[in-house]
Write a protein that binds this ligand. Structure first.
Ligand code: ASP
Length: 342
């Protein structure tokens, strides 16, 4: 057990630190100094807690790759001086940020726990208090001299989830996040129970921070009745290098000739098209049904059980590495940070 554990809390914005604007009633982020006032028990931790606040604070709907780079830089600069990080973040795009950070932080060996809340911290029934305080506790947990969870995680409503496996599932319930293809890394009740076999093993790797993203990634969700014009325009989006096709069930799509021909034409022109399921759990298995056989034949790449959030950020990351298409395909299908089952 360490004598004094140091945690850096990074505040990006989000509901947890919002207050209603007196005029319009709309929620806007408040300054972090107020957090101590709203949450005095922060002072009762025996850990040393430092704060870094972004300026301006944002609603996470304004999240973008350049912000992820700044976030990773704050982690990089402070990495050797602290034992763990807690990132306060809006829940709307938290799963994207958690996924992006997991790819940016290669060789991570300290906890990076993202949390937030559905109700502002000063609301009487806020979920923010428990989320924030437990996230600090988790970030500061050690097994001997090894951190319990040397991963990028999302902590929300008693569950610690691997960040790049999460999806925001509920805009209203406190239990807002879901990880359909990977078990929770810990459950917090009276005790915090860690699922050791599911947590990445800490190692002695050196942290390498990848700071670039290539936004030439598109996303198309299929639905019955999707028009030829829409499919055509998405496939022909300028500067698009990779497209994620959210298909039905285990990777199925319409079998109509116009649809398959358009995909084939785009693949021939060099667009990388990845087939992932729009289901929240389960995996793509191209060829399981006749309705996916043609997708494999024209060159779509199976995305296994990866989430949409992870697929988008992983492709933005891989494209930025300027690799050959076959290398991108190979790395996409392989687990880099535990984001896909092999
Ligand atoms: N709109 C807010 C945000 O994502 C919602 C939240 O924090 O839960 O910043």
């Amino acid at each position: 057990m360490k004598e004094k554990t140091r945690i850096l809390v990074i505040y990006t914005g989000g509901t947890i630190g919002m207050m209603a604007c007196p005029k319009s009633g709309a929620l806007k982020p408040f300054n972090f100094e107020l957090m101590y006032e709203k949450l005095p028990m922060l002072k009762r931790f025996s850990h040393e807690i430092d704060f870094y606040s972004f300026d301006p604070l944002i609603d996470s709907s304004d999240m973008k790759p350049s912000f992820w780079t700044k976030l990773a830089e704050v982690i990089e600069v402070n990495y050797d001086n602290v034992d763990g990080f807690v990132i306060l973040h809006g829940s709307d795009t938290m799963a994207y940020t958690a996924s992006a950070l997991s790819f940016m932080l290669e060789g991570l060996n300290k906890p990076v726990i993202l949390t937030g809340s559905q109700l502002p911290i000063d609301a009487i029934r806020t979920d923010g208090r428990e989320n924030f305080l437990t996230a600090i506790e988790i970030a500061a947990s050690f097994d001997g001299d090894k951190p319990m969870v040397p991963e990028v995680c999302v902590y929300f409503e008693s569950q610690l989830l691997r960040g790049n496996r999460t999806t925001k599932l509920n805009a209203e319930n406190f239990n807002a996040f879901y990880s359909g293809n990977y078990p929770a890394l810990a459950e917090a009740g009276i005790h915090i129970k860690y699922r050791i076999d599911a947590i990445r093993t800490p190692n002695d790797d050196k942290l390498i921070v990848h700071k670039n993203f290539d936004s030439g990634v598109g996303l198309l969700k299929l639905y019955p009745g999707i028009s030829k014009d829409l499919v055509k325009s998405v496939l022909n989006t300028p500067n698009q290098k990779a497209l994620i096709l959210e298909t039905f069930g285990s990777g199925n799509a319409p079998t109509e000739k116009w649809f398959i021909d358009l995909l084939e034409e785009a693949v021939q022109k060099g667009l990388l098209i990845f087939n992932i399921t729009q289901c929240k759990a389960g995996a793509v298995q191209i060829g399981k049904y006749a309705a996916s056989v043609d997708l494999g034949r024209v060159g779509l790449i199976g995305g296994g059980d990866i989430t949409t959030e992870s697929a988008i950020t992983k492709l933005m990351y891989l494209l930025s590495l300027k690799l050959k298409p076959e290398e991108i395909i190979q790395l996409f299908q392989q687990s880099l940070r535990g984001e896909i089952s092999s």
